[in-house]
Design a protein around this ligand. Structure first.
Ligand SMILES: Nc1ncnc2c1ncn2[C@@H]1O[C@H](COP(=O)(O)OP(=O)(O)OP(=O)(O)O)[C@@H](O)[C@H]1O
Ligand SMILES: [Mg+2]
Length: 625
């Protein structure tokens, strides 16, 4: 497992003013995913519909059978339409006028035709659903895989609710809408073709006259389609923003109530809800103007045809049956035409939703990785070197780390001290590459971090971070994080819990190790959470140990117990300890003091006290009380 105990800095996602507005330490330039969406300055050139569909193709690679069934069903259905019109012709010309059809054949033909039609309809619908759900599965798989491997910058730019929305809801809804629209598109275009062929066969002059109107319909659809697309993308964003407000208020409900901040929060919510309402209305308007326009065109065609056909029959060309069949087929054309004119809206909406998911899966840069794997046992010696490392979270303002040079020998314990905001957490977050330095280099065992195989690299660090993040799973699973290699895994979990002074508590629970601890461990106290994180680090048994305020939430008694376990753990490992309580770091081999991103002094506890600098000041302040 590459997850360390807690995800340092993870809970400190900056609150963006709008999507993509978050500062971005790793990628400078346009934000990762938002880059694929239209920028506010003006829409980028839109790829053609065909290109956009082609992008979807890989996700349908396992769905070919379903698609073939759909097309077969749709074709059969389309063929039944002219058959119906032809049935009319025969009934009129041969049945009523000629009395040549045996009576039983009429119901047999009608029922037979409709049976075929229903079966074909079912086949196409089922085939499509089958294909679509497989595609959703593949897309979800790809998105989640990328989420697990994306550059950490993704989490600074995208909100949890936005990503959840994409992965969970939008793909499903998008593919659903899209495939339904596609079914309409396929079925109705085939129907259209079948009916047109029949019409041509019946009376080609009349048919040619009607077909002049098609380009007009196409133009209307194109024009309105691009506006719809833009509106749809905007409303997606607005939905995200709305979800974000809800997310924040769910997370921060205590502080909102305590501060009486309900009214401004409600205003914030309503503002976004109202933006969304306005956008949705615009979407409907854009979609709804298409229908009347195409219907008007159809009415014009129909009236002209009837007039022309009447004139033709006057000159003695057509039979009554032929005329009725023509009009029937013409009228049958209206339904697929209308469906086809309506189909642009859902296709645009569905495509936009699915494209967002595809952007996440395909355009989010994955973490880079090197090939270095640290010998056969995959364990580093634990020599760490920061060479004038500078890190800026954003372009303006002072850097969080300013040319920090620090070399740590294998097995050495280094304490990082300094006032809040000095850059201590930032410094250690660089090691597992949760952050990338803006300038300078970092090496582990003499190998630059980006030359390490990223999974191997992360295996070298056990982290107990400032914000402990726990999974809503059993205690055992939270300690081992799924890494249960070896038959003694459970025993090792117990040992780790014992060393973290938590085993007694766990054994007292009705389900023991298998107790589920609730959303982010909400059923545990702050100190218990921290000890669980420490157990996690002990269990991981990594060559480098990083303790960021690892015992800050403990009472002095359990701190003493845990401290002893941690000191045992530090034996033979490189350790970086961050602590505000300076008493816990007096035994470090070396103390390094940071201030405002700069390394200001380093040396042993005694030497720094004697030097009378920052460390001595911090120390004096703490022990005055
Ligand atoms: N994700 C972030 N985006 C932008 N700025 C950040 C981010 N994380 C930290 N900073 C800034 O970087 C500076 C160093 O932060 P850091 O968390 O490293 O401090 P620290 O020394 O660990 O402080 P503390 O003792 O309070 O934990 C701070 O000024 C902080 O505001
Ligand atoms: Mg910190």
């Amino acid at each position: 497992m590459s997850l360390c105990s807690g995800l340092p800095g993870g809970a400190r996602r900056p609150v963006p003013e709008g999507p993509g507005a978050a500062p971005d330490p790793v990628l400078r330039g346009p934000s990762i995913i938002a880059a694929a969406r239209p920028l506010p300055g003006g829409p980028p050139p839109m790829p053609s519909l065909l290109e956009r569909f082609r992008r979807l193709a890989p996700y349908f690679r396992t769905s070919r059978t379903g698609l073939a069934a759909t097309i077969l069903g749709a074709t059969l259905m389309a063929l039944t339409e002219p058959m119906l019109a032809d049935l009319m012709k025969r009934l009129l010309d041969e049945g009523f006028t000629g009395q040549q059809i045996p009576l039983w054949m009429v119901p047999a033909a009608i029922v037979g035709l409709f049976t075929l039609r229903s079966a074909a309809g079912f086949l196409s619908q089922y085939g499509l659903a089958w294909a679509a759900q497989r595609a959703v599965l593949l897309l979800r798989e790809a998105m989640f895989a990328r989420l697990l491997r994306a550059q950490p910058a993704l989490f600074a730019q995208q909100t949890a609710s936005g990503l959840t929305n994409s992965l969970v809801f939008e793909v499903q809804a998008g593919v659903q809408i899209l495939t339904n629209a596609l079914l309409t598109l396929v079925r109705d275009s085939l129907t259209l073709v079948a009916l047109l062929a029949y019409l041509l066969w019946l009376n080609w002059q009349l048919t040619l006259f009607v077909s002049v109107l098609f380009p007009a319909v196409a133009i209307v659809m194109r024009k309105l389609g691009s506006r719809l697309h833009r509106l749809t993308v905007e409303s997606q964003r607005a939905t995200d923003e709305l979800a974000y407000v809800v997310e924040e208020n769910v997370l921060a409900w205590r502080i909102v109530r305590l501060q009486g901040a309900e009214a401004p929060q409600a205003r914030r919510f309503m503002q976004r809800a109202d933006t969304l309402r306005r956008l949705m209305l615009k979407v409907v308007v854009a979609g709804a103007t298409m229908t009347p326009v195409t219907q008007m065109l159809a009415a014009v065609a129909l009236s002209a045809v009837i007039a022309l056909a009447l004139w033709q029959s006057g000159t003695g060309g057509a039979t009554v049956g032929g005329f009725v069949a023509f009009i029937s087929a013409m009228l049958m054309l209206v339904a697929p035409l209308k469906h086809l004119s309506d189909v642009m809206a859902p296709i645009t909406r569905g495509l936009a939703a699915v494209e967002r998911g595809m952007d996440l899966a395909e355009k989010t840069p994955a973490e880079s990785t090197g090939g270095h794997r640290a010998g056969t046992d995959l364990r580093a010696r634990g020599e760490i070197a920061f060479d004038s490392v500078t890190l800026r979270y954003n372009d303006e303002g002072a850097p969080a780390l300013d040319a920090v040079t620090l070399h740590v020998r294998p097995g050495e314990t280094v304490a990082l001290v300094g006032p809040s905001g000095a850059g201590k957490t930032t410094l250690v977050n660089l090691l597992p590459r949760f952050l990338e330095p803006t300038a300078g280099g970092i090496r582990l065992d003499g190998v630059a971090l980006h030359d390490w195989d990223i999974e191997t690299l992360r295996r070298q660090f056990a982290f107990v971070s400032q914000d402990v993040v726990l999974f809503n799973d059993t205690i055992a699973a939270n300690v081992s994080l799924g890494d249960e290699a070896g038959p003694d895994a459970r025993e090792r979990v117990r040992e780790a819990l014992a060393a973290a002074a938590l085993l007694e508590f766990v054994d007292g629970l009705p389900q023991g190790l298998d107790t589920v601890i609730g959303h982010n461990g909400s059923e545990l106290s702050g100190g218990q959470r921290q000890r669980l994180a420490i157990a996690r680090a002990i269990y991981k048994d990594a060559p480098v140990l990083i303790l960021d305020e690892a015992t800050s939430a403990l009472d002095s008694e359990s701190e003493r117990a845990v401290q002893a376990a941690l000191e045992r753990l530090m034996q033979g490992r490189t350790t970086l300890v961050i602590a505000h309580r300076l008493s816990t770091i007096e035994h470090a081999d070396r103390v390094v003091a940071l201030e405002a991103g700069r390394l200001v002094e380093q040396g042993t506890h005694a030497a720094l006290l004697a030097a009378g600098g920052l460390y001595a000041r911090l120390h004096a302040m703490q022990f005055r009380t």
